[in-house]
Structure formats: structure tokens, C-alpha cells
Write a protein that binds this ligand. Structure first.
Ligand SMILES: Cc1cc2nc3c(=O)[nH]c(=O)nc-3n(C[C@H](O)[C@H](O)[C@H](O)COP(=O)(O)OP(=O)(O)OC[C@H]3O[C@@H](n4cnc5c(N)ncnc54)[C@H](O)[C@@H]3O)c2cc1C
Length: 458
């Protein structure tokens, strides 16, 4: 029996922390975990899950319209925001219960408290003042949304945290930001009938993704009625006497809104966590520096998930937590490969992507074959909707290895998951060509693109 209260103490009951705690406990470790808000963390409580539920809700407006092309007459429609919020809250509470039960069932001791680090083996629970010792500490505290404190009137804006709890659906929203959270929320509000503007400081939304997809998503969003303002930022936000807001921009726009939501990035949640007391190193934005085993510079302290700012996605945090627990407590060492991560953006239309963008691929080799197909999805031949689907495949011209596949259109996220497997296996263009199409689907385009649309040669 060691002198420590626990073999492992986990700070943060989100995606990475909960997985690590459960796996460590199943390996026989004595584990405690602390969560300052709600178990399940960002993804379950105020991230992926409620966001996707909102996306579903927002898509019905187009579904009703599209149905008419197929002979349906849809009667008068109305939408009740309070019903959506109540249903969403009920589901989140159910999931939170599952998270707590799963921890409990594996013997993990649950603490409902903020925890801070006192030294390399000690944490303190702020709710009780109790200090707890552990052989290992895992920091899995995630990240929180950035706000711009220097912006005059910045106190009037909301972030994604508040967007999930608005007491009423605003008539007009401005979303600031160009990343996936901003783009997804612009689509949600627009689909729910809100007059929506997206303002982004860069020349194109969704930085980091393939340029063809970025442009396509933005153009399709504009067709759906979202006003997109690029190369511009707020200079001030003013509250009017009726409670509404005016966002003044450096480009001279005056954007009237009932809510202004900032989605301008997220920062690791490391402030006042006591990391300096244990000597844990962080980088310029406060992310904890770790090696490939997720160990910090302090032998007994590890960190996983968004707090390490590697790839800030739930499945990645879960993998990192799992690998940590197997390695340290299960005598089964392994590390997470961050080089190939399939992912989706639940924009409208949706985006699914895996592997290198054209821009990234060009940095590796100048010889690329690009296959691109843009077409109207079959459903819209009858619905009449003017919406394009885009598929793009990037192939190394010398080895014929598929380096990246990028899709905009219905179910693109679902396709990205399967494409992730093919790219993990090192598929070549010939492997795709050999595969018989599934007809009639949009995905069959992936195995029927015969000739490159572009041959890039260095
Ligand atoms: C709006 C939104 C949509 C998203 N959509 C997606 C998506 O579609 N797909 C996807 O893969 N990812 C998505 N993400 C990202 C995903 O939520 C995160 O990558 C993931 O939750 C990271 O897991 P984590 O364990 O690192 O941290 P978190 O899940 O954030 O968990 C950290 C937990 O630690 C707690 N905590 C913090 N400090 C302390 C402390 N000192 N003591 C005790 N507890 C503490 C927090 O309350 C939190 O519950 C989304 C995020 C947001 C905000």
C-alpha cells in the first residue's frame, strides 16, 4: 500500500479525464477525480452534443421547404426555442448521469469541486479545503472560450457557453469568428430563422481547411441567407436603450443585433491552477507542454486533451486519456498518432475531411493529382434547392497514395469517418478505382473520379 491517498488523481471530468480515470481504475489503480462544473465536460455539456442537437433542430426549416418538391404540403410551421432548450437539457442531464455512473461503477471516487495543484503529488479541493495526495496527477481541465477584454462594450457579448442557455431566441445575431464553432453557430441560428451575420478578420472562413472547401462552405452559407463579412473586426459594441446591440466595425459596418456571439478561439484552462507550484511548464498561450506520452516536465504530472492544445477534439482527448492510463497503470504502453485525424464541421452544408489539404500536400511534394467534382445532390433535383456538393481528392502523383479527401455536402462527416480508415491503411487511387460504386449515392463519386482535374508538377 502506497503512502498516497490515490494512485491517480484526475483534475477535470471531461472527455479525456473521465476516460483516463475509468481505464486506470479498471487496471486496478485507486483513482479520484474532481470536476468543478458538470461531469461530461465541454463536449457533453456545452460542446459537441448540444451543438449537434441544435444543428438537427435548425435543419428542419429546409427539410420542410424541400419536401414540397416531392409532393408534400407542409402546413403552418412554428418553432419553440424553449421546447428545444428543455429537450436538450434533459438529454444532457441524462448523459451526465451516465458519466457519473460509469465512474462510480469502475470504483472511481467522485469529487464535485474545483481542484488546484499544491505540489507534484498534492491537490487541494476548493469546496472543502481538503488536500489529497496522489502518486500521479492527470490534468484534463480543457479550454474555455476567449473573449476580447480590450474591446469597448465587450462585456455585452456572449460565447458558445451562453448560447446554449439563451432565455429566448434572438431575432438578429452576429457571430464573430471564422473557426468551426463560429461557422456552426451561424448555420444553427440561420436555420432557426434568425437574421444572421458572420464577421471574421481573415480573408476566408475555416482557416486550416482546404481552400476549395472553405470557399464552397462560405458561398453556400451566403446562398442560405447568412451575411458574411470578411477582413473585418469589431471596434466597439454599444448597447441601445431597448437592450439591442450595435457592433461597429473597423471596416465601417454598423451591425445591429440582439445578441453578439464571440467564437474567436479557446484558451487552455490553466489560470490559477497551481501549475507553477509544481513547476509544470506551459507555452505562451498557457497550454501544458507534454511529451508523446502526455507527461509534463514533472515526472508525476501528466496532461491530456485541450489543455495541451494538440488537436482539440473529443476523440483525441479520449485517446490521449486512454493511452496514458494503459501506459502508466496497465503495463500496455502506447502513444496517440496525431498525424491523421478525420474530422467534421457541422456547417450547413456539412464538411468532412481527412488527411492533407492541397496547401499542406504541396509542402510535401510538388507532384500532385487533384480530383475534384462539384455537383447537385440527387435530392435537390426535385427539391429545387440551389446547393452544390463538392468532393476533392488529393493524390501523390508519384506514389499514387491518397493524401487527403475533403467533402462538402450532406453526411460529409459520416463519410469522413470511413475515409479515415482508408487513409490510415495507406489507400492509393487505384484502391478507390477498384472499388465498385454504391448506386445511387453521392459517395460513389469517390470511386468514379477517373481523370485528374488538375495535374500539379514541380
Ligand atoms: C461549441 C463546441 C462545439 C464542439 N464540437 C465538437 C465536435 O463536434 N467534435 C469534437 O470532436 N469536438 C468538439 N468540440 C471540442 C471538444 O468539446 C473538446 O475537444 C473536448 O471536450 C476536450 O476534452 P477535454 O477532456 O480536454 O476537456 P473538457 O471536455 O473541456 O473537460 C474539462 C473539464 O475540466 C473541468 N475543470 C476545469 N478546471 C477544473 C479544475 N481546476 N478543477 C476541476 N475541474 C475543472 C471543466 O469544468 C470541464 O468539465 C467542441 C467544443 C465546443 C466548445
Amino acid at each position: 500500500m502506497s503512502d498516497f491517498d490515490y494512485d491517480l488523481f484526475v483534475i477535470g471530468g471531461g472527455s479525456g479525464g473521465v476516460r483516463a480515470a475509468r481505464i486506470a481504475a479498471t487496471h486496478g489503480a485507486r483513482v479520484g477525480i474532481a470536476e468543478e462544473y458538470r461531469y461530461g465536460g465541454t463536449c457533453v455539456i456545452r460542446g459537441c452534443v448540444p451543438k449537434k442537437l441544435f444543428v438537427y433542430a435548425s435543419k428542419f426549416s429546409e427539410e420542410f421547404e424541400d419536401a414540397e418538391g416531392f409532393g408534400w404540403s407542409v402546413g403552418e410551421r412554428s418553432f419553440a426555442w424553449d421546447k428545444l432548450i428543455a429537450a436538450k437539457d434533459q438529454e444532457i442531464t441524462r448523459l451526465e448521469g451516465i458519466y457519473r455512473r460509469n465512474l462510480d461503477n469502475t470504483g472511481v471516487e467522485i469529487h464535485d469541486s474545483r481542484a488546484v495543484i499544491e505540489d507534484a503529488h498534492t491537490v487541494r479541493l476548493l469546496s472543502t479545503g481538503q488536500t489529497i495526495t496522489a502518486k500521479y496527477i492527470l490534468v484534463a481541465v480543457g479550454a474555455s472560450p476567449n473573449v476580447d477584454n480590450s474591446l469597448p462594450g465587450g462585456e455585452h457579448v456572449i460565447t458558445s457557453n451562453e448560447a446554449f442557455h439563451l432565455s429566448e431566441l434572438p431575432n438578429r445575431v452576429v457571430v464573430a469568428g471564422g473557426g468551426y464553432i463560429a461557422v456552426e453557430f451561424a448555420g444553427i441560428f440561420n436555420g432557426l430563422g434568425v437574421d444572421t451575420t458572420l464577421i471574421y478578420r481573415g480573408p476566408e472562413i475555416l482557416r486550416g481547411f482546404d481552400m476549395d472547401l472553405r470557399r464552397t462552405v462560405r458561398e453556400e452559407m451566403e446562398k442560405k441567407g447568412i451575411k458574411v463579412v470578411l477582413n473585418d473586426t469589431f471596434s466597439s459594441i454599444e448597447k441601445q436603450s431597448d437592450g439591442s446591440l450595435i457592433g461597429r466595425t473597423n471596416g465601417g459596418e454598423n451591425l445591429a443585433a440582439d445578441q453578439i456571439m464571440f467564437a474567436i478561439g479557446r484558451s487552455p484552462h490553466t489560470r490559477e491552477l497551481g501549475l507553477e507550484k509544481a513547476g509544470v511548464e506551459t507555452d505562451a498561450i498557457g497550454a501544458i507542454k507534454v511529451n508523446e506520452e502526455s507527461r509534463t516536465n514533472v515526472e508525476s504530472i501528466y496532461a491530456v486533451g485541450d489543455v495541451t492544445n494538440r488537436a482539440n477534439l473529443t476523440p483525441v482527448a479520449i485517446r490521449e486519456g486512454h493511452a496514458f492510463a494503459d501506459t502508466v497503470f496497465g503495463n500496455k504502453p502506447w502513444t496517440v498518432d496525431h498525424s491523421l485525424i478525420a474530422t467534421a464541421v457541422f456547417s450547413q452544408p456539412e464538411m468532412g475531411t481527412v488527411g492533407l489539404t492541397q496547401e499542406e500536400a504541396l509542402e510535401r511534394t510538388p507532384n500532385l493529382d487533384i480530383y475534384k467534382s462539384s455537383f447537385r445532390p440527387m435530392k435537390h433535383t426535385l427539391s429545387g434547392r440551389d446547393e452544390k456538393m463538392l468532393m476533392k481528392m488529393i493524390v501523390d502523383a508519384d506514389s499514387q497514395k491518397v493524401l487527403g479527401v475533403h467533402i462538402v455536402g450532406p453526411d460529409a462527416g459520416e463519410l469522413a469517418q470511413i475515409l479515415g480508415i482508408t487513409l490510415e491503411m495507406g489507400a492509393t487511387k487505384a484502391d478507390f478505382d477498384r472499388t465498385i460504386a454504391v448506386h445511387p449515392t453521392a459517395a460513389e463519386e469517390l470511386v468514379t473520379m477517373r481523370e485528374p482535374t488538375e495535374r500539379l508538377r514541380g
